[in-house]
Design a protein around this ligand. Sequence first.
Ligand code: ZN
Ligand code: ZN
Ligand code: ZN
Length: 265
Amino acid sequence: MNLRILGSGTSHGIPVIACACGVCCSADLRDRRMRSSLYIRGASGERAVIDTGPEFRLQAVQAGITRLDGIFLTHAHADHLHGLDDIRPLCRDQPMPVYAAPNIMEEVRERFSYIFKDTQIGGGKPRIAPIIVSGPVRIGHLIFTPIPVKHGVLDILGWKITEGTASAAYITDTSGIPASSFRLLERPEAVIIGALRNRPHETHFSFEEALSAAAQTETGRIYLTHICHDHSHQEIEAFCRRFRHDRGFTGIAQPAYDGLELPIP
Ligand SMILES: [Zn+2]
Ligand SMILES: [Zn+2]
Ligand SMILES: [Zn+2]
């Protein structure tokens, strides 16, 4: 399978509106970060995304997305969900399966109440087939396994995507991964993990915390995502190099960036 980072930024997106900091003004395209999302292409033609943030339309056009077999949600924060209306061109023929945990689907129904009401309010609305997730979901030859994690006090989901013997984990927006969830990960080929910044944060991992947690899965490839404007791509690369050196981590550890393609395995 192939994974593409559709967006690698935190909730503001980078550049941040009205910010004149060095990162927001950077000429390095890797410092331009749309809201976090992942596009998954299976070897047998399966197509899915994790989360539909506010830039979903732009991301879908740039990535050449022409159809999706399903949308997997991590949680209902605006930066992960509010592009959901833009899936309309992708669900003309049949309703789009949207997979989420019960608490998150409840929020989707509230935010997008017009989608679920019979009354037509003018304009179009997406056709959605809400599917509550209680265990692994199969799409073609891909298996999506929900990975419960903590996001501050919230219980949200990461996702493990498995194709044959290879798997990758996508865990954004977390401040804690329970031991039972580590056990579900079973040495993924790659881990894409939220790492807001160097300084600690109540509801997000710092670079150090994210790298340590990812290394604990015994993966060989770590990619940081959901990054804020405190540090440039180059600075985070240097941070990752120090981590690899200090911890004796011999695999890949680097910041993700928008458009990054990751073949798995
Ligand atoms: Zn977020
Ligand atoms: Zn800035
Ligand atoms: Zn969040």
